[in-house]
Design a protein around this ligand. Structure first.
Ligand code: MN
Length: 231
């Protein structure tokens, strides 16, 4: 048996070693910081967070040039804590949810905001707004052994050196154990899954040539840039 073409596996670097983390699924939390729900002016503030997915090959690594995507004129950033899952989890209680965490990283949930808003208004699926090529730049992962659990600390994003998003992980409506517990009632989480945990306020648009730097207290900063649209 041979593959008729090479299988594609997306991987992320792990800080402090040569090993790579193979990405299985990418889950994202929507509406997890009140200040971001307010700036979006859509839906009811009391609505709970929810989940959507991006394809695993939307994950691109440190230093990447993300081509400006087609089909948008409002291409926006959302900085988010990435939780990397290291064990199987199904119906895991909040109290033991952190036991399944492999480590943490910084991710940016890139969004075609114009397409997302249209989907919202028309009650259509979110894929065109959220789940496109290169839409999940992620920095290297830090193991729990290296950095512990990241339940609080500053999270920020700057564009061309100017700070645009600033918040604290403590502002999450669902914290990391609650996200894992909740998600594990809907899906069987497996090693290799990533969860992008929602964004604080300050989201905005970028254009080709922009340089994005994302930071979370206690993790290595992560950067990438926006390139021209692919031919
Ligand atoms: Mn997001």
């Amino acid at each position: 048996m041979a593959f008729v073409f090479p299988p594609s596996v997306t991987t992320l670097a792990i800080v402090g070693g040569e090993d790579r983390f193979p990405v299985r699924r990418v889950y994202c939390v929507g509406r997890n910081y009140v200040a971001h729900i307010r700036e979006m002016k859509e839906g009811d503030e009391r609505d709970p967070p929810f989940f959507f997915q991006k394809p695993s090959d939307a994950v691109v690594s440190e230093g990447a040039v993300v081509p400006y995507p087609p089909a948008t004129e409002d291409f926006q950033f959302e900085v988010e804590l990435v939780v990397a899952i290291g064990k199987t989890a199904r119906n895991v209680p909040v109290a033991s949810a952190l036991d399944v965490v492999f480590g943490y990283g910084i991710g940016v949930d890139l969004t075609r905001r114009d397409r997302q808003r249209e989907s919202f208004k028309k009650g259509l699926p979110w894929e065109i707004g959220k789940s496109f090529d290169h839409s999940a730049p992620c920095g290297p992962l830090h193991t729990v052994a290296l950095v512990g659990h990241r339940l609080e600390g500053g999270i920020s994003l700057s564009v061309n050196g100017e700070v645009r998003q600033q918040g604290d992980l403590r502002q999450m409506i669902w914290n990391t154990p609650e996200i894992i517990a909740n998600l594990s009632t809907q899906y069987r989480l497996e090693p290799g899954d990533l969860i992008l945990t929602g964004t604080p306020a300050g989201v905005g648009a970028v254009v080709p040539g922009d340089r994005i730097n994302a930071s979370i207290e206690g993790l290595l900063p992560f950067s990438f840039s926006i390139g021209p649209e692919e031919a």
